[in-house]
Design a protein around this ligand. Structure first.
Ligand SMILES: [Mg+2]
Length: 246
């Protein structure tokens, strides 16, 4: 589809991990620390726990199919509990969540263009801005505050906000309703196929952001529009003060 076939974008709904913040530099050290904390005193378990969540401890990175990339804790937390001989109850899940919140705050690494570009998008282009993440809402709000960008967001949703997780369309529809836009006027910007599927299911636009070769590979074939950074995204919008018809 030619770019001009898309309705003008009036709302931008951002994915968080890999889109606004550097996924591996944030979640790699955090995952190593969470595994070390949970497995303390249980030598030999760390390797099995890493395997269960697709974590490569040697390079502090993740294998392409890691459930942590998709933000799906249900895919590995039960395995961790089993390895630790613990029941995967609410208390265990809360402990894992709390450890991840604390550790990711230490390694949180936003991309350099985020603060500048979000300000331009909101103030110059007048678009409404939201966040849709499969992280928890509390974790997401803490990250936005720590990066100094929370003030740009009209809407923040996580997997636990009541709209379902991506690739379900609930967060996209809720954002459109919250800011008074049609879903077709909203673009979900993300680095995974889940993001593009959620956009499509909601009748919104899906724009891939490929900050890394891994993201480019994950997005290939899932979106007709893939940008490398937020400046390139901004060039897809109607110009400031110009006709909102292109
Ligand atoms: Mg992502």
């Amino acid at each position: 589809m030619h770019p001009t076939d898309h309705p003008p974008i009036r709302g931008l709904l951002f994915d968080k991990d890999g889109t606004l913040l550097d996924f591996e530099r944030t979640w790699g050290p955090a995952t190593a620390a969470v595994i070390a904390a949970l497995g303390a005193g249980r030598p030999g378990l760390a390797g099995e726990m890493a395997t269960a969540c697709g974590f490569d401890a040697d390079r502090m990175g993740f294998h392409p199919g890691s459930p942590i990339i998709a933000g799906d804790a249900t895919a590995f937390v039960p395995d961790w509990a089993r390895l630790l001989d613990m029941s995967c109850d609410d208390a265990f899940i809360d402990r894992v969540d709390a450890l991840y919140r604390a550790e990711s705050a230490k390694s949180l690494t936003g991309y350099d263009d985020v603060a500048t570009e979000l300000a331009l998008l909101a103030q110059e282009h007048g678009v409404r801005i939201g966040l849709a993440t499969n992280d928890s809402e509390a974790g997401a709000r803490a990250h936005l505050e720590a990066l100094g960008i929370a003030g740009h967001f009209d809407f923040v949703a996580g997997y636990d906000s009541g709209y379902g997780a991506k690739p379900l369309p609930g967060m996209v529809l809720a954002f459109a309703a919250a800011v008074g836009l049609e879903p077709a006027e909203v673009a979900l910007v993300g680095d995974s196929a889940h993001d593009m599927d959620a956009a499509r299911a909601a009748g919104a636009q899906g724009i891939g952001i490929a900050r890394t070769p891994a993201a480019a590979a994950a997005l290939a074939g899932h979106s007709d529009r893939i940008v490398r950074d937020l400046a390139e995204l901004r060039r897809l919008l109607p110009p400031p003060g110009g006709p909102a018809t292109t």
